[in-house]
Design a binder for this molecule. Structure first.
Ligand code: UDP
Length: 238
């Protein structure tokens, strides 16, 4: 696999072409951002942890029959993924209230959401990722109706798999954000699954072990990510 020119640099990952038109390389950087890129810091080891964490989760999801971008781990901070046409829509599922839903609906953090809440957001930093619905997606052509239905179904299926996986490790999966793409016409999970894009609390103490530690300036961000990885059994180099 030969790494070619950079296709795109996001806030935490860079994407490279390869000599195979069907494959890209994702490079997980140590850059950590919040509030649509307004708060930015480099956190040593974060790229490596998120790369390993993402590979672990994507493989668990594949085993459960959910199609993902994952192909092979290339290095500590790089993974080979399918070259997909990404849809500019973020799919969020919430099992417990936290973050923007508390601000929007005046909910107390930690309230159980049963059945879990599903939300769509538009992936657009300049507009601060506004909440959208299926009507917006259809009217503005961000994704086809059949693909929207599939994204929603897969996002809930991910919840069934990961809620239990994290609970077995003593963690509550509070909420998470997924992004999907099309690979040869099929809806496939892309982007990443890591503590940067989900909320994880200790099941006993409800201690935050995700990017909220960075957003809220709680400290111990990398220590928390490492604890989560260790509890799940993700192998991390020293
Ligand atoms: N999220 C994300 N990227 C975004 C916005 C949200 O990964 O651009 C994740 C976030 O980490 C959380 C979930 O999606 O796990 C729901 O986020 P929320 O709407 O509560 O927004 P926030 O409070 O993070 O602004």
């Amino acid at each position: 696999m030969e790494k070619r020119a950079e296709l795109y640099a996001g806030k935490a990952k860079s994407v490279y072409y390869t000599d195979d038109a069907d494959k890209l390389i994702l490079h997980f950087r140590d850059d950590t951002s919040a509030f649509d890129g307004e708060k930015m810091e480099q956190l040593a080891r974060k790229g490596m942890i998120n790369n390993r964490f993402n590979a672990f989760i994507m493989q668990k999801l594949e085993e459960a029959g959910i199609p993902t971008h994952f192909e092979t781990l290339l290095s500590d901070t790089e993974v080979v993924v399918k070259n997909m046409q990404m849809m500019p829509v973020e799919c969020v599922v919430r099992n417990l209230a936290a973050g923007s839903i508390c601000r929007r609906l005046g909910l107390e953090e930690g309230v159980e959401l049963d059945p879990p809440v599903f939300e769509f957001f538009l992936k657009d930093d300049a507009l601060h990722d506004p909440m959208i619905n299926e009507s917006h997606i259809e009217t503005f052509g961000w994704a086809k109706a059949e693909h929207v239905a599939k994204m929603k179904q897969l996002t809930f299926q991910v919840n069934d798999v990961l809620k239990q996986l994290f609970l077995d490790a003593g963690l509550l999966l509070v909420d998470y954000k997924l992004e999907f793409g099309l690979f040869h016409g099929e809806v496939v999970l892309g982007d990443e699954f890591s503590p940067d894009g989900c909320r994880l609390w200790d099941a006993q103490t409800r201690k935050k072990l995700d990017k909220d530690r960075f957003r809220q300036g709680l400290g111990g961000v990398i220590e928390a990510y490492e604890e989560v990885a260790q509890r799940l059994g993700v192998a991390l180099p020293e």
